[in-house]
Design a protein around this ligand. Structure first.
Ligand SMILES: [Zn+2]
Ligand SMILES: [Zn+2]
Length: 219
């Protein structure tokens, strides 16, 4: 991610860059004449979001408030972050404007209404819902199979049946599933393996125990 310090200074004058610590610190203004105090740590790995901490302890460090275990703010899932970072590599100033500010606005909304405007789960279900959103289907079995296939290096060809099982892949949903699959291909294998092991397989095992899920077709 390009660190466009001049743009940041211009758009978010409350933030100060501390080069030796590789972080920005200070405040950013949000909707409603309001501001939040944050620390933003530049990412160590490519295709990872910067870690952002809210330093005023205004946002409760609670699971349902999208705060991670290390107290950094949970903007989205790792899979979605990679799609965002790879589809159009953003500058840091756009990341703050497009990701951090909306998150903080959602938090302000929560403070007033005691709920989020758009509800995304946090944790395992949040990660799985993220894939529903990326792939535009809500079929746990098919999505699990698709992740396994990607990990094994199997590619879906345009003349195959779509991953949703409905149509010819190329024409499915007016091309929407081809586009969704293109995004899906941007997710790193490492992340797919992590999500399979930590989210999909545990959830499937849970559902199997409750006998609400048939696993037979997953290989
Ligand atoms: Zn979250
Ligand atoms: Zn389809």
């Amino acid at each position: 991610m390009q660190i466009d310090t001049d743009q940041i200074k211009f758009k978010f004058p409350g933030l100060i860059y501390i080069p030796e610590k590789k972080r920005f610190t200070g405040y950013i203004n949000v909707e409603g004449n309001d501001r939040y105090y944050i620390d933003l740590h530049l990412p160590e790995k490519i295709y990872h979001f910067p870690k952002v901490f809210e330093t005023d302890e205004r946002i409760p460090r609670k699971f349902d408030r999208h705060v991670n275990n290390d107290n950094s703010l949970c903007f989205t899932t790792q899979a979605k972050a990679q799609i965002y970072l790879k589809s159009k590599p953003p500058k840091l100033s756009s990341f703050i404007g497009e990701v951090v500010v909306p998150y903080l606005n959602h938090n302000s909304y929560y403070e007033i209404h005691k709920e989020y405007k758009e509800e995304f789960s946090h944790g395992i279900m949040g990660i799985i819902e993220g894939y529903f959103d990326i792939l535009k289907i809500k079929d746990l079995k098919r999505i699990t199979q698709l992740l396994i296939d990607r990990v094994n290096g199997k590619k879906l060809r345009l003349f195959y049946t779509c991953y949703c099982g409905e149509n010819n892949f190329k024409k499915c949903n007016g091309g929407a599933h081809v586009r969704a699959y293109r995004d899906f291909r941007l997710i790193e294998k490492e992340t797919l393996i992590f999500d399979l092991n930590n989210c999909f397989f545990p959830l499937i095992n849970e559902l199997k125990k409750k006998k609400t899920f048939q696993m037979d077709s997953i290989q």
